[in-house]
Write a protein that binds this ligand. Structure first.
Ligand SMILES: [Zn+2]
Ligand SMILES: [Zn+2]
Length: 419
């Protein structure tokens, strides 16, 4: 009988690492990092790379790929991911090494070695890795992302990874309806909440942006360079927003990769339109130009923890004409969170006069979304919740047990569940 060992993302959000084992061999689903208070990377539990028949990377967020190169130092297990995930992962891993190199057991060469043995897999293709069969399925989280369906010993195990089942400007809803599986390993990031309808958030955001710009101000949108930044660009392009839009940081490189893999983006033409009409910041003179005229500036990081968004913030925050619109989840301890809760940031205690607002553009599903996806599957006996805070997981487990006749487990890191 196979077993699932949770190496990371047990009762926590981040550093995913899910090992499916049978007969002493394993297939590893994701191997990511989290960051401690000092911003140093934290790894999932250890696994012996030579015991692995394969590694699946479900998407390019660092909490899913950040530790993966460590598995490719002495041996080369089979590596499976969509072509877009492989390309964006290279950028993300290089950036991780730039910021955290001394704390990592690998370098750029290891990343290149890992990617050189990778097998690019499209949605729905069946791939063998030792005794395991793997299929990647569209899961709606970010461009290139996938759920993984693993079959071993006649048992089917579906790992949703981070998923979303609503339509956004970049993604279709997850396509998991009707999938036959005995066990589901599901994310539970928003296990105890529901998001407002995306359409409403998009309209509210766009209306607010227009108000600020038409009154002569500028809007700073701190955004993650993977997916969220491009989604905001696509939203403004679709609305035909006629004022200057600047984008700064890795947003551009990732957008170029999305445009190069158009089948992984809902509307690649919209993204191309945004790329051709909006202006990329190329160095300091552009940053000054961007600040001179009313418009929108999209810049990483998404939580004001550093990067160009912090630079713009310091220059924009004291003017009441301007606005800072946060569009990502702001974890406790980040400057973005302090800004929302206390109206200042740690780094400069000067009063913030700009309009500050948060918009719920989540790429994760919510409580009702998890229930909807589970109900759409076929033959589920057991649900294993990962990638969530324990309170949210407990709330979600209660709802699942109310609505479906299945067992629910919430394993800690290091725990093994028979499947
Ligand atoms: Zn993710
Ligand atoms: Zn994640």
């Amino acid at each position: 009988m196979p077993a699932v060992k949770v190496l990371g993302s047990g009762r926590e959000v981040g550093r995913a690492g899910i090992l499916v084992e049978s007969g002493g061999r394993g297939i590893l689903l994701d191997y990511g990092v989290s960051f401690d208070e000092m911003d140093r990377p934290l790894f999932p539990g250890h696994v012996r790379p030579r015991d692995l028949d394969g590694v699946v990377l479900t998407h390019s967020h660092l909490d899913h790929v950040g530790a993966a190169p460590a598995l490719f130092i002495s041996v080369s297990p089979k590596l499976l991911a969509t072509p877009l995930t492989l390309d964006v992962s290279r950028l993300m891993l290089y950036d991780l090494i730039k910021l955290n190199g001394p704390f990592l057991p690998f370098d750029e060469q290891t990343v290149d070695d890992m990617l050189s043995v990778a097998e690019a897999v499209g949605y729905g293709e069946e791939v063998e890795a030792g005794q395991f069969t793997v299929k990647l399925l569209y899961n709606g989280h970010i461009p290139g992302s996938a759920a993984a369906l693993v079959e071993v010993d006649g048992r089917r195990i579906l790992y949703t990874s981070d998923f979303n089942n609503i339509e956004t400007k970049l993604m279709e809803p997850a396509k998991l309806k009707g999938v036959k599986t005995d066990v589901v390993i599901a994310e539970s990031t928003y296990g105890d909440t529901n998001h407002p309808p995306r359409r409403e958030t998009e309209e509210r955001f766009y209306k607010a942006v227009r108000e600020v710009v038409e009154a002569g101000g500028s809007v700073l949108v701190p955004a993650f360079s993977v997916s969220r930044g491009q989604e905001i660009m696509a939203l403004l392009a679709e609305k035909g927003f006629e004022y200057p839009v600047w984008y700064d940081g890795m947003v551009r490189q990732v957008a170029d990769l999305y445009a190069a893999h158009p089948s992984y983006v809902k509307d690649a033409d919209l993204l191309r339109k945004a790329l051709s009409e909006y202006r990329m910041v190329n160095g300091w003179s552009d940053r000054k130009k961007a600040l001179k005229e009313p418009g929108v500036i999209i810049a990483s990081s998404g939580t004001l923890k550093g990067g160009p968004s912090l630079y713009y913030f310091k220059r924009m925050a004291s003017d009441p004409k301007n606005a800072v619109f946060l569009v990502s989840f702001q974890p406790p301890g980040t400057q973005g969170r302090t800004l929302l809760e206390e109206g200042v940031i740690q780094e400069s205690q000067q009063p913030v006069k700009a309009r500050v607002e948060w918009f719920d553009f989540s790429s994760h599903t919510d409580q009702s979304g998890v229930l909807e996806v589970l109900k759409g599957l076929n033959g589920v006996e057991k649900v294993i919740l990962v990638h969530g805070e324990y309170d949210a997981q407990l709330a979600l487990a209660d709802r699942i047990k109310e609505e479906l006749d299945v067992e629910v487990e919430i394993p800690e890191n290091g725990a093994t569940v028979e499947v």
